[in-house]
Each structure stands twice: as C-alpha cells, then as structure tokens.
Design a protein around this ligand. Structure first.
Ligand SMILES: [Zn+2]
Length: 238
C-alpha cells in the first residue's frame, strides 16, 4: 500500500527541490540571516509563508498552542519558545518580532473549556493566555476579543525579556501584534498608539511598537477597556 506522505517527500526531492536548490545551497554556505522572528499558533490554517510572502531563510519561526510567550523568568520548566526568542534576538539579531494570533483559535477557545485530565502540559500552558479571557459568555465576539487580547498580552511578556526590551528601547527592533482572520485572508495589525487592531488594508504600518515614547500613560482604559487588565506598563498616544 502506498504511503502518501512518503510520496510527497519523493515529489519534493525530485520535482520541487531542483528549482530552489541554488537558493538553499547559498543559505547553507552563507548561513541564515532572517530578520523576523515569527511567533505563531500551531494551527494548521495559519501559513506564515503565504501570509508574508516569505521564502526560505526569511522567517525564524516558533509555533505553539495559542502563539503564547512564557514569562522571561524561566521558572516554569523547559521553554522552547523562550529559548527561540533568546536565540533569535541574541544570535540572529532579528529586527522584528511578530506575534500572530488568529480567528477560530482552538487555544483561545480552550481557555473557556475544561481540558482532559491527562492534558497536564496543555492545562499549564493555557495559563499563559488566562488574562486574555473575558468573564463573559462565550460568543464569537468574545472569542475574537480574547484572541486579540492574547496577542497584546504576549507582546507585553516579550518586553519582559531584557534583550528584547533593550533592542526595542534602542529602536533597533519593532514588535508586531497580528490577528489573522482566516476566512477573510486579512491580518489585523495592532496599533500601539490607538490600542486597536487595524486591518492591513487600512493600516499605515505592520506593527511598530511598543516604543518608549508610548510608555507613559494608560491609553487602553480610554480607548478600549477590554485591554485594560493586560497592562504592566502603560501606553500613550504621542
Ligand atoms: Zn490558534
């Protein structure tokens, strides 16, 4: 009986690889120099290369349930995501970090549901999104807002990484909070100044903060109180 996955591997080697072989050989000889760390959800419908038009060598990627960022303190065990952040910033010296949540996220929905008793790691992991959940009935709108709040929460945790904060404060790095609406094919970009997610078709940037000059007064309370509980530091419109 043919193994369809094996067939795909052979097809890649025989049909696809020859057209990109030179590119990969160059990436091996010169090493990788991606400028973007992409932190995305594991969801199979999120395809970062399609979204960004990126090719080989352009995205350093880490994906997990919910696109969550663990706190920097390293107190809760082995964190592949934290290690990837440190490697991307300190070794690869990326200049952008994208946190990409998305619509219909099972990780965010799971915040509102009981998990199987055996799912010990999943239950612990979901704690990284708890603050994004709202004390309301689960509705599509509540889930959408929770998905977006979770992105902001992860951006804030990123700022807890000293090497990230240093680069952001030096304006050598931008943080990009994205919410990808799968069924519309549109990324909504978090705008630090307004505290809102703006469709890419209307946005003036793909994410540019947070920068220190925005970090002085609460803005979320005024603009969208749904985000208010998330703020360890504060943001202000210049
Ligand atoms: Zn997801």
């Amino acid at each position: 009986m043919p193994d369809p996955l094996l067939e795909r591997l052979r097809r890649f080697h025989d049909d696809t690889f020859p057209s990109v072989q030179a590119q990969f050989e160059s990436l091996v000889q010169e090493g990788q120099h991606p400028s973007i760390l992409f932190i995305g959800c594991s969801d199979s419908r999120v395809v970062p290369y399609l979204l960004t038009g990126a090719g080989p060598g352009e995205l350093f990627m880490v994906r997990n349930v919910g696109a969550f960022v663990p706190p920097y303190d390293g107190s809760a065990g082995f964190h592949g995501t934290s290690a990837a952040i440190e490697f991307a910033v300190l070794n690869l010296k990326v200049s952008r970090i994208v946190v990409c949540g998305h619509s219909h996220c099972g990780g965010i929905r799971a915040l509102y549901e009981e998990q199987a008793p055996q799912a010990k790691n999943l239950k612990a992991w979901l704690d990284l999104g708890r603050d994004a959940a709202l004390p309301v009935q689960v509705t599509p709108e509540a889930l959408r807002r929770s998905e977006q709040r979770a992105v902001v929460l992860q951006l804030e945790r990123l700022m807890g990484y000293p090497m990230v904060r240093a680069q952001v404060e030096a304006k050598a790095m931008t943080l990009h909070g994205w919410h990808y609406v799968i069924e519309e094919g549109e990324v909504h970009v978090f705008d630090v100044k307004s505290g809102q997610f703006v469709p890419a078709s209307l946005a003036s940037h793909s994410g540019d903060g947070p920068y220190p000059e925005h970090l002085s007064e609460p803005v979320f309370n005024e603009i969208d109180d749904a985000y208010a509980p998330l703020h360890h530091y504060t943001l202000v419109t210049p």
